[in-house]
Design a protein. Structure first.
Length: 173
């Protein structure tokens, strides 16, 4: 009887080893196939999402170009002679443009969106700071002072625009 058990073990051990090896290779193959499918789905979704992301970067580029102090003051002429009215009009235009593009943040990186928001807020702060000057008493002088201030300095929107260009070049490759 003992001999029969040993013979049975000699027959079963190779079958168990073969079954274990087959199971290992089958599970490895299944994992590889699942990974390949995920990769193909991700690649396909990236292909579909890329144009939308690039469009978001384009829209934010337009936003930054529109809020650049030179563009802003050229496109928005003073309606009255009051500097406060002109200051409020400039700031309202920046806020309106920004609010119009709020949804684009879902397609941008956190860093990029943060830099764009910082550019917007810094531009508004600089306009307010220039408008506080005692020397400026009319809308035309405020406009002139804003243009003069940003001739010597790089506008915050230009810095954000450089960041966008860098990110887009990394996306495109």
């Amino acid at each position: 009887m003992e001999e029969q058990i040993i013979q049975l073990l000699f027959y079963c051990i190779p079958a168990i080893v073969t079954g274990g090896v087959a199971y290992y290779f089958f599970s490895l193959h299944t994992k590889n196939e699942e990974g390949r499918r995920r990769y193909l789905l991700h690649k396909e979704s990236q292909k579909d999402a890329l144009p939308v992301r690039l469009q978001a970067y384009e829209r934010m580029t337009l936003f930054l170009e529109r809020i650049a102090p030179a563009s802003l003051t050229i496109n928005l002429t003073p309606v009255t002679d009051g500097k406060d009215d002109y200051e409020n009009r400039l700031i309202q235009q920046i806020e309106t443009e920004f609010n119009h593009n709020l949804a684009q943040q879902i397609y941008l990186t956190e860093d990029c969106w943060g830099i764009i928001r910082a550019a917007k807020n810094t531009t508004i702060q600089m306009i307010r700071k220039i408008a506080m000057s005692e020397k400026i008493d009319s809308a035309s002088k405020l406009r002139e002072a804003i243009l003069t201030e940003f001739m010597d300095k790089q506008a915050p929107s230009a810095t954000a625009l450089s960041f966008i260009k860098k990110e887009v070049s990394e996306i495109i490759g």
